[in-house]
Design a protein around this ligand. Structure first.
Ligand code: ZN
Length: 476
């Protein structure tokens, strides 16, 4: 018996081309008891070993998505995926580890928030870790941060500079939490937008009768993302803590991160596929359809998109995650609580967020490797290795090495396919990338040696994912 309570087969993956963040070579992989035991040429095995032929395929470490909101209550809305459906979708997209956001409830301990998250996460089909969103910064929650780090394996904290009255912390609170993280090997993840100024712009737009979804974008200008990113970096510098900027979308924010890194500060940033593939032209769609693209920060114009691809090339950006925060477009069948329709006449009431957990790895392959000259090693780094290193999971996760977990993706770099919401595994009813044709497709996925995705067939089960107690956050 092993983790997850399942008898584990010994598995041989042979004749594939192994790609890691530093290597590329032809070899076989033997996985025993969930771990990679041997990597070598033409391995010879006895009977009873499950053999998978990876001829012509890339053999990649399982993807790691460090930004998801599964089964998450946000104001009066709730995300449409459970951990069961969301992580099954992740698996079909080549992701075998998810770090999701647990959150403190105002007036309660973050430890209670983690307990609630564990209850919801019990149905996970891939391995999961938790970040903690802090909403109250006081003596008790600062003490609880240390318990979370030492005892619970929660070594990263998300702080919001946006959504005043709901999630936002003032600068003093940000600074206090940063100092605790600094002393205990934890990472601060920051949502960097100037929430108070955005609130002014939103109130003015609503008062002027501007209810259409595109005003979501017009009231969240890139300058305010740049300003907040710069401010967060300065606070983190003073607190001497590493900083990880989530869902970076704006040229101005990228410039602030690049400048900090040029001064040797431990500042990191992720962007998401929607900022790399889409622009604010989506907000010109007729009627309410553009509500599908209401996420925060909003989509930007092409010059920002080009800057982000440049940022990936120059290592100003180190990670691509999804910010999978799915709300259905239609009210039925899940109900209004799970739907964008809440904001039918008022953009400020549209639940902020979009799906993407299943399409990240193939999109980065298509956009990065095929269209923007990204090396295969860099592709693996930004989708698996870097997130593992930054969030205390390496080398258990994020690479293919002897002793690492047997989380493997067999990827056909030549197979074309078209993204269709009707074929994906999330409960959400649309895709941001509907109709886009990609080359490069996930064929098989192994979680700790168990084949959970085999072509179109699902062989995993809810609850087989284990909770990952994470170690100290690393540097790159
Ligand atoms: Zn998010």
């Amino acid at each position: 018996m092993a983790e997850g309570g399942v008898q584990m087969a010994t598995v041989l993956i042979r004749h594939g081309r192994i790609v890691t963040a530093v290597d590329e070579y032809q070899a076989d992989i033997l996985i025993e008891d969930g771990h990679i035991r041997t990597i070598g040429k033409d391995l010879v095995v006895g009977d009873g070993v499950e053999v998978h032929d990876a001829s012509g395929l890339l053999v990649l470490p399982g993807g790691i998505d460090v930004h998801t909101h599964l089964d998450w209550e946000f104001g009066v809305a709730r995300t449409a995926d459970t951990f069961g459906t969301g992580t099954r979708a992740a698996a079909f997209g080549g992701t075998t580890t998810v770090i999701d956001f647990s959150n403190q409830t105002r007036g309660e301990s973050p430890l209670a928030g983690l307990e609630d998250w564990h209850r919801r996460a019990a149905s996970a089909c891939v391995d999961v870790g938790a970040h903690m969103i802090l909403l109250d910064v006081n003596q008790q929650s600062l003490a609880d941060m240390q318990t979370l780090i030492r005892r619970e394996g929660v070594t990263s904290f998300k702080l919001f500079m946006a959504y005043p009255g709901v999630l936002m912390l003032d600068d003093g609170s940000l600074f206090k939490a940063m100092r605790i993280a600094a002393g205990h090997g934890a990472m601060i993840c920051i949502h960097a937008e100037n929430g108070q100024v955005i609130q002014v712009l939103v109130e003015e737009a609503v008062a002027a009768g501007h209810g259409a979804p595109k005003y979501h974008s017009e009231t969240r200008p890139s300058l305010l993302e740049g300003e907040a990113t710069h401010r967060a970096i300065k606070l983190a510098e003073l607190a001497k803590t590493p900083l990880y900027v989530v869902h970076l979308s704006a040229r101005e924010a990228l410039a602030a991160v690049a400048e900090a890194r040029a001064h040797d500060l431990p500042v990191y940033a992720e962007t998401c596929p929607h900022y790399l593939f889409l622009t604010n032209a989506e907000y010109e769609r007729p009627g309410f359809e553009s509500a599908k693209y209401v996420m925060t920060p909003p989509l930007r114009d092409l010059s920002h998109q080009q800057a982000l691809w440049r940022g990936l090339r120059t290592n100003a950006l180190q990670v691509i995650s999804t910010d999978h925060c799915p709300f259905c477009f239609n009210e039925q069948p899940l109900g209004l609580k799970f739907s964008k329709q809440q904001g039918q006449s008022d953009f400020s009431k549209i639940p902020n967020g979009a799906p993407g957990i299943e399409t990240r790895v193939p999109l980065v392959y298509e956009g990065g490797v095929r269209r923007h000259g990204m090396s295969l090693q860099r592709f693996v780094a930004v989708t698996a290795t870097n997130p593992a290193k930054l969030f205390g999971l390496f080398p258990r996760k994020g690479t293919i090495a002897v002793g690492s977990d047997g989380d493997i993706v067999l990827f056909d770099p030549n197979e074309p396919w078209t993204i269709r919401a009707s074929e994906h595994h999330s409960r959400v009813d649309y895709s941001l990338f509907e109709g886009q044709t990609l080359t490069g497709r996930v064929k098989k996925v192994f979680l700790r040696g168990q084949c959970i995705v085999d072509g179109k067939d699902w062989r995993g089960r809810e609850g087989m994912g284990v909770f990952l107690k994470r170690g100290e956050c690393g540097t790159l």
